[in-house]
Design a protein around this ligand. Structure first.
Ligand SMILES: [Zn+2]
Length: 219
């Protein structure tokens, strides 16, 4: 019997522009060696001996892991979406990619945010390969995030690049910063959504999308 948080973020706040230039800022200004030294310092600070056998390679492994967690700074999601198909035999119904898994990290504690995203749009001439939608989720999640901004960035990018009749994104995720620290609550997930175009203006379109979000998956 876990509490289920379904606080729908309205996200009218001024969120970072989804098509902002790649924030690749740190690369090149901090050397690999410096980063590993910093991780060594943290290991010492928690009371460990960074020179013992099991830990000797840990700063190196941590650096590589961080590269992977934050690989999204090196990529431009808008560029990924620019390859569109315009010949779709007049297909003009909703396209929804459901339950895309992602792992991100909160910008407050660098703790994992693990969840799924439902990404839908109603095309207007331009359709994109479905794997590209998953890539957009991945690129934005491989950055320091808050869930509200992640949700908005995915939706805004699709809206700006594909210029569809509407874009809808729902994200459900568990936040490790409230599981393993802080209030120590397991089993709660946070639900955020961003509805643009017809999904914001038309209750029927929105309901149709949300029914697909809540329906059983195919496998
Ligand atoms: Zn946090």
């Amino acid at each position: 019997m876990f509490a289920r948080e379904t606080g729908k973020a309205s996200m009218n706040r001024n969120l970072e522009n989804a098509s902002a230039p790649r924030s690749n800022g740190g690369v090149g200004t901090v050397s690999d060696k410096e980063v590993e030294q910093a991780f060594r310092t943290v290991l010492k600070w928690i009371g460990e001996d960074p020179d013992r056998d099991g830990l000797r390679e840990t700063p190196h492994r941590l650096r590589r892991a961080y590269r992977e967690y934050f690989a999204g700074y090196d990529e431009d999601p808008a560029l990924v979406l620019r390859k569109t198909f315009s010949e779709v035999e007049g297909y003009d119904e909703m396209i929804v990619l459901r339950g895309v898994t992602f792992e991100s990290h909160c910008e407050h504690h660098v703790a994992p945010i693990v969840g799924r995203a439902w990404v839908g749009y109603l095309p207007d001439k331009r359709v994109v390969g479905i794997s590209k939608l998953a890539r957009v989720v991945e690129i934005f999640s491989k950055r320091l995030q808050i869930q509200e901004r992640l949700t908005a960035q995915i939706a805004n990018t699709i809206e700006e690049v594909l210029n569809p009749r509407g874009t809808a994104v729902v994200v459900k995720a568990a936040h490790h910063c409230m599981i393993s620290r802080g209030v120590h609550k397991r089993g709660a997930d946070l639900v955020t959504s961003r509805m643009l175009g017809v999904f914001r203006d038309n209750a029927m379109s929105r309901a149709e999308f949300l029914a697909l979000v809540n329906a059983e998956k195919t496998e």
